[in-house]
Design a protein around this ligand. Structure first.
Ligand code: ZN
Length: 160
């Protein structure tokens, strides 16, 4: 069976950046399971997987615009420390969920100077070219329930 719209694919993958550092990997964990065409994974990876089948292994480099987008400097701002009431120690690298005009976003603290805290609403991988080493473990039909939910159930997916 080939990977096509509404098929479930299970993949093992290792993600590295331009410097060759491993950012994420399924090694030692369940494979990643996704519904093809449902927007579960970044567009560049979905395109690269289209038409592949079980046992295929390949490497692909995905530019930022096909991954998590370019960085947007407008998403960086300086806010007063008092905005983080209840957090004792604001440190660089801390991440918070924030409700913004663009919906729920993860913001990352990138600088702390006195009472000024610089926060960045860009995805941590925005602006990065992503290098994937992928192996396709399984391709199967999605169940109607999985299609209803828009995500995979069971191995590599949601358990609920
Ligand atoms: Zn579900």
């Amino acid at each position: 069976m080939k990977i096509a719209t509404n098929k479930v694919a299970l993949i093992n993958y290792t993600l590295t950046n331009d410097q060759g550092e491993v950012l994420d990997s399924s090694e030692g964990a369940e494979p990643l399971a996704y519904i093809h065409g449902a927007g579960n994974i970044i567009p560049g990876l979905e395109n690269a997987l289209d038409g592949r089948q079980q046992g295929d292994a390949f490497k692909v480099s995905i530019p930022a615009e096909q991954a998590y987008g370019e960085r947007d400097d407008r998403l960086t701002q300086i806010v007063p420390k008092t905005m983080f009431s209840g957090v004792d120690d604001i440190e660089i690298g801390m991440q918070f969920h924030a409700q913004t005009d663009a919906g729920m976003q993860v913001i990352t603290v990138t600088a702390v100077e006195g009472d000024d805290v610089t926060i960045d609403g860009n995805h941590p991988l925005a602006g990065e070219t992503l290098h994937f080493d992928v192996e396709i473990v399984e391709v199967r039909e999605a169940s109607s329930e999985e299609l209803d939910h828009g995500h995979v159930h069971g191995t590599g997916g949601h358990h609920h």
